[in-house]
Ligand binder design. Structure first.
Ligand SMILES: CC(C)(COP(=O)(O)OP(=O)(O)OC[C@H]1O[C@@H](n2cnc3c(N)ncnc32)[C@H](O)[C@@H]1OP(=O)(O)O)[C@@H](O)C(=O)NCCC(=O)NCCS
Length: 195
């Protein structure tokens, strides 16, 4: 498992004692992550348009994270996915789902995951991150709908919830078209465990 020393350090959140580390997701976390997503988002989560861009793909290299508690449990999850903006368009990332265990809401775990994910995406040289979500939550990380007006999801979505953050200034200038999945495909065995 690849984990830098820094990523293993516990992060102090919400004024509580350090208890959670924002770390790379391991293969052993998949079942706990899926159970957490079911608890946090319910069964309809698989019907979202974002899911069309994720199904059968792997997250972008190095961009799947969990918030790990002191006992090794999964308290939160976020992943980023490679997409293209329009046919043959610019490369970008799609973030999601972001979720925190319902019993641990409002303790800063979601924010810590977001900040870690954004910093890692920038460090890896990505130009922009898109997501479909609540602007009042994601605005604190710099996301807005300002540059997504000419972009579209491949399925039903609410236009004002398609948000973006440029990691490279101007990366989203003039982009238009429907988002397309561009991630590495899952292998057959991985497809079975991801079902
Ligand atoms: C949304 C979610 C990831 C936030 O994680 P979290 O660890 O509880 O959030 P944080 O502790 O970092 O931040 C809490 C703050 O965000 C606010 N917040 C949480 N969800 C919000 C939303 N949907 N819209 C606006 N503000 C929101 C809280 O009111 C709180 O505000 P405060 O800082 O002024 O007190 C988590 O609540 C969750 O998993 N929800 C269910 C799944 C989901 O909706 N995922 C996002 C899909 S768009």
């Amino acid at each position: 498992m690849e984990m830098s020393f820094e990523m293993e350090m516990p992060v102090e959140i919400g004024g509580h004692a350090p208890a959670f580390g924002m770390v790379a997701e391991a293969a052993a976390d998949v079942a706990a992550r899926e159970a957490l997503l079911d608890r946090a988002m319910g069964p309809k989560r698989r019907k979202k348009s974002s899911e069309k861009l994720r199904r059968g793909r792997r997250p972008s290299e190095g961009l799947a994270f969990v918030a790990r508690d002191a006992l090794g449990g999964v308290a939160g999850t976020v992943r980023l996915w490679d997409v293209r903006l329009g046919e043959g368009g610019a490369a970008a990332l799609l973030l999601g789902p972001l979720a925190v265990d319902p019993s641990l809401k409002n303790a800063g775990i979601g924010s810590a995951l977001m900040r870690h994910a954004i910093a890692e995406a920038a460090r890896l040289g990505h130009a922009a991150i898109l997501l479909v979500g609540d602007a009042p939550y994601y605005a604190r990380f710099g996301f807005s709908a300002e540059k997504t007006g000419s972009l579209a999801m491949p399925g039903p979505y609410e236009r004002h919830r398609l948000l973006a953050l440029e990691l490279v200034e101007g990366a989203l200038d003039g982009v238009h078209g429907t988002l397309k999945a561009a991630g590495r495909k899952l292998k057959a065995q991985e497809l079975i465990s991801a079902a």
